[in-house]
Write a protein that binds this ligand. Structure first.
Ligand code: ZN
Length: 235
């Protein structure tokens, strides 16, 4: 039974990795749109766009900072510091997609803080639980008949973490489209608006499925490590 479960998890991870690579290549192609990059080349710097959008959305208590990790391509909103951290790389200030990405972070900034913090707490508990269980298994402090209960708790925690994150990201992704439209209407030649919005919808659907796969893959790896370790301990 456990061998079948392990085989299922391994096959799922392999399938996800293959599909993930396929998707991220298509996403790169979508983002490399010279024509639209040119249309958007005169837009302000990312931090200015972000502040303008937040003013428009009447978000007053959120600060904007540059992501301190200069190598990172990530922009993100932290509900703990209540700040948006923007990627400041040269390419990140040139892409036509940046208004969409900034709008996505502004959408996060407007979300319910209690729910954001709850989601973060569940993910943290999940990680701490996995490390803790691996440690006590390693030290042989558990009897074998509790392994299945641990696996069930781990599956539940992973599922909760996945659903909470999914709700947060899908809400931010789809809200970002209307936020970006509102901003672009005032800042680019109107004849390009629909073309950009079409590309934004494609980026959202590619980006979101890539994100979901990444989340499922991480959860599967976490479960796989636990099952694999249980197998070593039991046989
Ligand atoms: Zn997000």
């Amino acid at each position: 039974m456990i061998a079948v479960l392990i085989a299922f998890v391994i096959l799922s991870i392999i399938t996800i990795v293959i599909y993930f690579n396929m998707n991220s290549n298509s996403l790169k192609e979508l983002l490399n749109n010279e024509k639209l990059n040119n249309v958007c080349k005169d837009l302000s710097f990312n931090s200015i766009i972000c502040n303008e959008i937040m003013n428009d959305m009447k978000i007053e208590d959120v600060k904007v900072e540059v992501n301190a990790d200069k190598k990172s391509d990530m922009s993100y909103y932290s509900s703990i510091t209540n700040k948006i951290y923007l990627c400041d790389k040269e390419e990140a200030n040139k892409s036509f997609a940046r208004v969409l990405f900034i709008s996505h972070e502004c959408a996060h900034a407007k979300q319910n803080k209690t729910f954001l913090n709850w989601s973060l707490t569940i993910s943290t508990i999940n990680i701490v639980f996995t490390i803790f269980i691996l440690l006590i298994m390693f030290l042989n402090l558990l009897s074998e008949n509790v392994y299945l209960y641990i696996l069930a708790i781990s599956l539940l925690l992973n599922m909760f973490a996945y659903f909470a994150r999914n709700i947060i990201e899908s809400d931010a992704s789809y809200t970002a489209i209307s936020i970006a439209r509102k901003y672009l209407q005032k800042h680019i030649p109107i004849e390009y608006l629909e073309e950009i919005m079409d590309e934004y919808s494609r980026i959202i659907s590619f980006g979101f499925s890539t994100f979901q796969l990444k989340l499922i893959k991480n959860n599967l790896i976490c479960i796989f490590v636990l099952i694999f370790y249980m197998m070593i301990k039991m046989f």
